[in-house]
Write a protein that binds this ligand. Structure first.
Ligand code: UDP
Length: 325
């Protein structure tokens, strides 16, 4: 029997590359598509050893053509950190809207299952805590994060329209803060910032007074949740994240401890519309997928450390991997 075939957009990014790896391990042929604006070939170079891995440098906001059968499409292409949205606001809007449309169109043409990478940003600065999937969110459409939040909300609506109108077999995962190897040093998110600062002996830049909360999921747990969701029958959104909530100040201290660094903490202004709290309610994932995260923060930080040590040793990176516009 022929191997099942998956297309992963954004496959050279942080999450995309871990998914490529998992699908190869599950016996899939993997077509990894990326325009490398925020993706990085270093994330997938070890996968070229496997003859079932294929890479296509392509912008998914333009017509995408994949010859041959495709059984599943995972749409993970998007800038995904606040610095990236500021630098790439129009690309962020385009990949969430036009890119989702193209990826859905391809899935429809190939009669493939489709999974959308959505986000806890759909809940905005939430007025309901913890966030369950039936909460509609509190998003500022015209703030700096609006380009990401609204693109992803549009992408969810578009995915449901393809499901309802065309009968496409779709899934939507709402991903909460995730960390692990292959994050870019300077993508601006808390973990890469803190870990590279701690390893360089620089002060950790905590925004605001650090009392805002987040809940951090190790990437392997996230990938397992996505794998289970794809193999489920649930069409409505499912939260995947780690419900262990902490303040950003506590998180910075956990990074200092994990790295054994002598760095201190420096407080900086809080970015506009930075959500004050965030914690996934994962009852639905527990019930439908029998899933919950297994990797404790201390272990996850330990597993992430080698990657950051190696990248920090290479010297400064541009804010975006390729420094292109
Ligand atoms: N943050 C911080 N220092 C940094 C980067 C981020 O204090 O150098 C804070 C940020 O303001 C937010 C939290 O850490 O409250 C998580 O930020 P991140 O960009 O990782 O993800 P978000 O959850 O905001 O999308």
């Amino acid at each position: 029997m022929a191997r099942p075939r998956v297309l992963i957009t954004g496959g050279a990014g942080f999450l995309g590359s871990h998914l490529c790896e998992r699908f190869l391990a599950e016996g899939f042929e993997v077509v990894c598509m990326d325009n490398l604006i925020t993706g990085d070939m270093r994330n997938v170079e070890q996968l070229f050893r496997d003859a079932s891995f294929h890479f296509e440098k392509r912008d998914v906001t333009e017509h995408i053509h994949v010859p041959g059968p495709v059984d599943a499409v995972l749409h993970f292409a998007s800038p995904a950190s606040p610095i990236d949205y500021l630098e790439l606001p129009i690309q962020t809007l385009k990949v969430g809207s036009l890119g989702t449309h193209k990826a859905l169109g391809l899935a429809h043409a190939k009669k493939a299952r489709f999974l959308l990478a959505s986000t806890s940003e759909c809940y905005g600065d939430p007025l309901v805590h913890p966030q369950s999937e039936d909460y509609w969110g509190n998003v500022n459409p015209v703030g700096p994060r609006g380009v990401y939040d609204e693109a992803k909300r549009f992408a969810e609506a578009m995915t449901m329209a393809y499901h309802r109108f065309h009968g496409l077999d779709t899934r939507i995962v709402r991903i909460f803060n995730t960390y692990g190897p292959r994050m870019r040093l300077r993508d601006g998110r808390a973990l890469p910032a803190f870990m590279s600062q701690a390893l360089r002996g620089e002060a950790l830049t905590v925004f605001g007074d650090g009392s805002q909360t987040r809940s951090f999921c190790y990437v392997d747990d996230l990938v397992e949740g996505i794998w289970r969701l794809l193999n489920s029958k649930e069409h409505l959104p499912v939260n995947i994240g780690n419900p262990t909530e902490m303040t950003i100040l506590q998180f910075a201290q956990a990074v200092i401890e994990a790295t054994g660094s002598k760095s201190g903490i420096e407080f900086r202004p809080l970015p506009v519309d930075d959500p004050k709290v965030r914690q996934p309610d994962i009852s639905k994932a527990r019930r439908l997928l029998g899933w919950e995260p297994k990797v404790a923060l201390k272990d996850g930080l330990g597993r992430t450390l080698d990657h950051f040590r190696a990248r920090v040793a290479l010297g400064p990176e541009p804010t975006r991997a390729q420094g292109v516009r």
